[in-house]
Design a protein around this ligand. Sequence first.
Ligand SMILES: [Zn+2]
Length: 467
Amino acid sequence: MYAPTSTNSPRSGPTSGDDDALTDFDGAGEILRAWGNGLRPDPDLTVSQWADRHRMLSGRASAEPGRYRTVRTPYMREIMDRLSPGDPSQRVVFMKAAQVGATEAGNNWIGFAIHQAPGPMLAVQPTVELAKRNSRQRIDPLIDESPELRERVKPARSRDAGNTMLSKEFAGGILIMTGANSAVGLRSTPARYIFLDEVDAYPASADEEGDPVTLAEARSLTFAHRRKVLLVSTPTIRGLSRIEREYEASDQRRFHVPCPHCGAMQWLKFDRLRWQKGRPETAEYHCEGCDTPIAEHHKTAMLEGGEWRATATAADPTTVGYHLSALYSPIGWLSWERIVRAWDAAQGSDEAIKAFRNTILGETWVETGEAPDWQRLYDRRERWTSGTVPAGGRIRTCRSDDARGPCSAFGECEVCRSLPPSTPPSRTTSTRNAASPAETSSRPTAPPLSPSGAVFAQDNGQAPCPS
Ligand SMILES: [Zn+2]
């Protein structure tokens, strides 16, 4: 398929006498051809071009078995091609909804690396158990169904082949699969390619040895500009979400698609989807430019005409970031109508709306309820002269969370009683858990004032009284 280029091919035409002498023996042609092939650089294929030529989707792992076609999910083309050796990007961040085809794109990258640009590769799932399942359900079919991969990866049956469920050896490289909960797995070997899948489900620390993403990425540093790191996840909770943090530090690309009516380029937002109450089947997208309704059947052409556009400047220019909601899901996967049905069904349940935001919009969920609203707390401050107890104050509490000095005024005791009312305990520190003055004074169960006028409430049941 890949004809040797003229610069690397053995010369076949008339040559000078010296050259003829060098190649004038039986089998010289084959040797020169093999030599030429060895010198030939890697074909300048991108990951998406490779996938369209070589990737077969298995009936075991895919809803649409057969040849992989990038045109089915055109938004994945640029993301995949950032992972090609010819692209200068080193880190690719993809914050996404479910059902947009991200897993297959990641598998295309693995297949491309095995076939076209071999090197050590580390693929990390949230846990070792999930890594085993992924190996069985995704990686084995990937290799089995594509002849070019099958002939390069040693069969699992031969015990000495270095090929187990979590390790696939191939000419020029090895694919190691592990879980983010295993520090040993994460520091197994240097890796040119690192695929970090579902990073928002990773534990905060791998075996108490630190952030799994940092541990894994450290494996790639020796490969410098040749390294490629792919971080993919459906996001979870704002403030805790790794993928959102990474996306926000990136150039924050959005997939802009053309309106079929006025041509205005725009990225799709849930609040532009409109429908008649109680009739999800009437869902249509309203163009930002002309406000004309866009029906579902326009989606295919819109995706084909779409392009990624950066909306921010990346902190690190070798990182590119992508966000995609299920509003882009191709026809036959998740329709706008089903998205509306899911939204309607989620009403009334915070958990269901959280799942909707995470898995369909690909956005984080903002925790409310128990979490203190800092502004509400901040607004309740009162001006208070140092060293005095305000009128109405009946309980004084103090907490200290630093090591600079003792704060031992918890519980009623002789030491505490002996303090004059105008002298607060040393290093009084109000913390987020201490009751505000207003709350304290209105507490109906407040104990009576001690003889000194100061009562120290023991508020955690653990801090010992010093005496
Ligand atoms: Zn329009």
